[in-house]
Design a binder for this molecule. Sequence first.
Ligand code: PEP
Length: 257
Amino acid sequence: MQQRPRLVIGNWKMNGDLASNAALVASVVAGLATETDCQVAVCVPFPYLSQVAGRLTGSSIALGSQDVSEFERGAFTGEVSASMLHDFGCRYAIVGHSERRTWFGDTSERVALKAERAIGQGITPIACIGETLQEREQGRAEEIVAMQLDAVLERIGTKGIAASVLAYEPVWAIGTGKTAAPEEAQAMHASIRAHVAKHDAKVAAGLVILYGGSVKASNAGLLFGCADIDGGLIGGASLVADDFLGIVKAKTGTAAS
Ligand code: PEP
């Protein structure tokens, strides 16, 4: 069985200010000063990329953005290009977060273009896919996730997928306090990996697939202990240093109180 690295990524969403960011990053950096076999990154709002980049210098924590433009450059007011993110040292860019799909009209095709732009600048896209509660209740969860994945696969191919991270985030679990049961999440992760394996088994075996949706220190160990779950994309809990560190350091296969 292929060993994949554990990866935990914080998604700060539209939270923070100069003072609280400084305190949060300082605590997380200090908490990770000793060896951890987990790779860690924080995806921060665009205006704070420079501040956080500076404060992560010398640490093992990587920097990421929460989105990237599908366009290369030019008259696209309000957009931020992949090359700009590259200038600020971003290693990751979230694309297709369900909040962007819901509130800002990001279609799967647009998400695929964004992933392609990120890869073009050497930035790893974290492509988010996941079904709504209604879709799950209709028994369509796997079909919906496969459709979202196919849109990305069609654009960037398995070579692009090999340069990406996927995040399975059931929409009903994001920010709701409801976490998918480990078996439920594992089943979807296995199905995502099997879907990619139909195109390229080697790429599928090496693909890092994160789970996202109300992950906490108390449930992270059980989720991360599942065979096809390689870490987490963490929203709310990434805003509190102790909570985030508890997730990063969660012991595989155990439930903490
Ligand atoms: C997210 O924003 O990607 C997320 C998973 O949020 P939360 O952890 O708050 O559910």
